[in-house]
Write a protein that binds this ligand. Structure first.
Ligand SMILES: [Zn+2]
Length: 432
């Protein structure tokens, strides 16, 4: 039987405490003078504040008039609006756009995982520069567990990048994900963008394997093959049996991990909620029943709007019309979900579209479709923090939060587009 070496553990904890005490003693302080500081919790803009950062943590936020402390360094952001670092709850650092099947196939067939990981390092840096200091990266698209390595390299200060929550390979069933044998020479053993399972036992095994390799979240794809019925309602084909969904949900939640599902229309969303998901990704074709269900079960919706718009024209030209249909009704669906009290969290699916495109574009749609600018910013700060169980640590600037802070010129409450031009970024107390 495995027995942990308690004595060794106690010694190392004592060492760690000693080291912490010593290092916090020598931690440098930075005073950040803010002209405007957006309080995400109160939804209010505060004037002339000073943020005191010690090491990687916010120590205090004080009105400038009463700030008396001495800091090792002072940073003047009095001509900027200062906000907490943003949270993107749906990214793919290992993907470099896949509007067409060919773009996707080229990456899996012609690029090795090490090469794709080097490209992912660039994606991670871009996310940080965009002001998204935390991301939930929702699967590697065939790059196995390379997201765990990117996360590790960031945490070990090897490369610059955001805080990462990773989901590794994601899970789907046989024949329901790229690369499809139908589109290639069937004699070839094709690389897969997903971990394929068949039956409850394999589903359970996949969850266990992914968690063992470092998955923070388990991602499943619950639907495919979307279509619009004669009455205008949207539908899709189910990917899993009830047994498989039960096994995945049970194994994930039983391991104290969270489940997330790519689910676009009624059937997939119902199955995802049945399996026990914390969030629904996309949901472009969500109907009234699903909106009600998400509100009742407190399931988050991560709508990834810009990518749907971005892909609709090029995909329509290639004969795939569904994104175009979804865009016709997306605004009304969004407004209904908002009014019904569904928790809407900011997520882009960037990587599905190019990392050279804006990451803050979704805000514009959210505001156009009924959110206030305050609510839109909250979706990428406090709501994202709730989703990730990081409340009080990220998405806020307050004592004991991580020093993840950004600045923009002008007032994003007046013009949400300003979030596409982040001028200054601090993550974990370090300026990038
Ligand atoms: Zn995605």
């Amino acid at each position: 039987m495995y027995k942990p070496n308690n004595m060794l553990k106690k010694i190392s904890i004592a060492f760690a405490c000693g080291f912490l005490a010593l290092s916090s003693f020598s931690q440098k302080t930075i005073a950040i003078k803010c002209g405007n500081l957006f309080d995400t919790k109160a939804g209010a803009m505060l004037k002339n504040q000073v943020i005191m950062v010690k090491g990687n943590i916010v120590e205090s936020v004080t009105p400038a008039a009463s700030f008396k402390e001495q800091a090792d360094t002072t940073i003047d952001l009095t001509n900027f609006t200062v906000l907490p670092g943003l949270i993107d709850a749906h990214t793919h650092v290992l993907l470099q756009q896949d509007i067409t099947t060919k773009e996707y196939a080229d990456q899996l067939l012609t690029e090795s995982i090490p090469y794709r990981t080097l490209r992912a390092a660039r994606s991670a840096r871009i996310s940080l520069q965009n002001g998204f200091t935390t991301i939930r990266d929702l699967e590697t698209e065939g790059a196995m567990y390379a997201d765990v390595d990117v996360k590790k390299a960031i945490n070990n200060n090897i490369i610059p990048g955001p805080r990462m929550f990773v989901s590794t390979r994601a899970i789907n069933t046989v024949g329901h994900y790229a690369l499809s044998p139908e589109e290639f020479n069937w004699e070839l053993d094709l690389p897969q963008g997903i971990q394929i399972v068949n039956g409850a036992d394999e589903a359970r095994r996949a969850v266990r394997e992914q968690i063992a390799h470092g998955a923070d979240w388990i991602k499943i794809y619950t639907d495919r093959g979307y279509y619009r019925a004669a009455d205008g309602s949207y539908h899709g084909l189910k990917n899993f049996t009830k047994d498989e969904l039960t096994a995945i949900g049970d194994e994930t939640l039983g391991s104290r991990k969270k489940l997330v599902a790519h689910a676009v229309t009624h059937e997939g969303i119902q199955d995802a909620v049945y399996a026990g998901v914390t969030s629904i990704e996309h949901g472009f074709g969500m109907d009234d029943d699903c909106i009600k269900l998400l509100a009742e079960k407190h399931v988050y919706w991560c709508p990834t709007i810009y990518i749907c718009d971005y892909m609709s024209e090029p995909r329509a030209k290639l004969g795939s019309i569904m994104d175009k249909y979804f865009m016709q009704t997306f605004g009304a669906t969004f407004k209904k979900a908002l009014d019904a009290g569904v928790k809407i969290v900011y997520g882009t699916d960037i990587g599905g579209y190019s990392w050279d495109e804006p990451q803050a574009k979704d805000f514009e749609y959210m505001v156009k479709w009924g959110m206030t600018t305050v609510q839109a910013i909250q979706s990428a700060t406090i709501t994202g923090a709730q989703l990730l169980d990081m409340e009080g640590k990220i998405g806020v600037i307050q004592p004991n939060a991580f020093a993840d802070i950004i600045a923009v010129k002008g007032d994003p409450l007046q013009d949400i587009k300003l979030l596409q031009q982040v001028q200054w970024v601090m993550k974990n107390g370090v300026v990038y």
